[in-house]
Structure formats: structure tokens, C-alpha cells
Design a protein. Structure first.
Ligand code: DQA
Length: 140
């Protein structure tokens, strides 16, 4: 089973970025834990700070992969084009946010990703990715 994790802008700084909100762990470290938790899954990890590159990757994987776990980060709240890309592909997308976007600033309550995704997880820390992967696996 092929599952892609796609992270948007500034998530390359996890572990040193606003650690009170996002924690101390770099995503690469967490990715190793995720692989150990799901040894049968063929994972692909992609991170970009560039909107168009994220869209290219969603399009590239979206007719082949069994699931995409997407944290579009700040673009969640601004990018109609990322929402359109999710709507265009066949692969189901699960939206994940590390923090509880609904308990923060009002602008984080708008998501262009949620309505195009099969479901959303927010506020459960990095474990949100694990729950998303588990759901995609159970779905098959
Ligand atoms: C985030 C929440 C977004 O509002 C923010 O812009 C991020 C990270 C999260 O995982 O909690 O960069 O997507």
C-alpha cells in the first residue's frame, strides 16, 4: 500500500519552530517512527515551501497512490489552487494539522482543503498523521 505524506510551508522547521505549539521533534524523526509503526506501508514523504510545487506533487501522486496525508500548513487557509488539486485527483486525501486550528486565530478556521478531503484531523499533535494513515489502511 502506497501512502504519501505531504507537508507544506515551514513544516521543514518542526523541532525548532514555535515549539510550544508544534513540539520539539523534527518531522524526519517522526517519519522514522511512522515507518516503524506501519512496516507494510510504502511511504513517500514530500515537503515544500512553494505552493506550485505542492500542487505538482499532489497531481503527480494523485492517480497512483492509495492515500495522501496532507498538511498544507499556511496554504490551507489561502490556497484555492491546492483545494482544486485535491478535487481533481482520484487518491483520497486526509487533511492533518498538528495544532488545533479552531482554537487559534480566526483566519486559521478557513480551510480550502477540508471540503475536498475525505476527512480532517487537527489538534492531536504529530499523532494526527498516524491516525490518518491508520484510517487509510483500514479503508482498504
Ligand atoms: C498547521 C496550522 C496552520 O495554521 C499553520 O499555518 C501551520 C501548521 C498545523 O499543522 O497545525 O503552518 O498546519
Amino acid at each position: 500500500m502506497k501512502i504519501a505524506i505531504i507537508n507544506g510551508p515551514n513544516l521543514n522547521l518542526l523541532g525548532k519552530r514555535e515549539t510550544d505549539i508544534y513540539g520539539n521533534k523534527p518531522f524526519e524523526t517522526y517519519m522514522e517512527e511512522l515507518k516503524a509503526l506501519f512496516p507494510t506501508v510504502d511511504f513517500h514523504y514530500y515537503q515544500s515551501n512553494v505552493e506550485g510545487e505542492l500542487i505538482n506533487e499532489i497531481q503527480r501522486l494523485g492517480y497512483d497512490y492509495d492515500g495522501i496525508v496532507l498538511n498544507a500548513a499556511g496554504y490551507t487557509h489561502t490556497s484555492v489552487a491546492i483545494g482544486d488539486a485535491i478535487a481533481a485527483i482520484k487518491t483520497p486525501v486526509v487533511e492533518v494539522h498538528i495544532s488545533n486550528v479552531h482554537s487559534r486565530e480566526d483566519f486559521r478556521k478557513l480551510s480550502h482543503v477540508s471540503g475536498k478531503s475525505v476527512g480532517s484531523i487537527f489538534g492531536l499533535g504529530l499523532r494526527g498523521y498516524e491516525f490518518a494513515v491508520r484510517w487509510l489502511m483500514d479503508r482498504k
